[in-house]
Design a binder for this molecule. Structure first.
Ligand code: ATP
Ligand code: MG
Length: 112
């Protein structure tokens, strides 16, 4: 299993969610986060206003999937989140050791 962790522009969340649910993923976690990339936040535009703060608002999307689904999940996120402008975000793929579905006690990929 892998966790696909994407930092995206907040207004792209609906598009990303739609693409991921179309793929039939079974769950996702979304968190409001703040961060910076190479431009250190200084030159980005957020919702039409220029921000001169260090940390810009972003959304973190986390999806855990079986190894065989990682490629399509990453592709879907990148396509949906891309504007071509700076600050489009980043995707990290992280190994996941175990998943336990608490209600049923299932473990591993079938619990995801
Ligand atoms: N190396 C990193 N480690 C952790 N989080 C990061 C890293 N790089 C970017 N992020 C997160 O992703 C968000 C968006 O990054 P961003 O797209 O600006 O990256 P970038 O490398 O500056 O690319 P671009 O030049 O296209 O803007 C940041 O605000 C931050 O939350
Ligand atoms: Mg940047």
């Amino acid at each position: 299993m892998k966790k696909v962790e994407a930092i995206i522009k907040p207004f792209k969340l609906d598009d990303v969610k739609e693409r991921l649910t179309d793929l039939g993923i079974k769950g996702m976690t979304v968190t409001e986060v703040r961060g910076f990339g190479r431009q250190k936040g200084h030159t980005e535009i957020y919702r039409g206003a220029e921000y001169v703060v260090d940390f810009l608002p972003k959304i973190k999307v986390e999806v855990v999937v079986g190894d065989d689904r990682v490629g399509e999940v990453v592709e879907a996120i990148c396509e949906a989140a891309r504007t071509g402008k700076i600050g489009d975000g980043k995707v990290f793929v992280v190994p996941v050791e175990e998943c336990i579905r608490i209600r049923t006690g299932e473990r591993g990929e079938q619990a995801v």
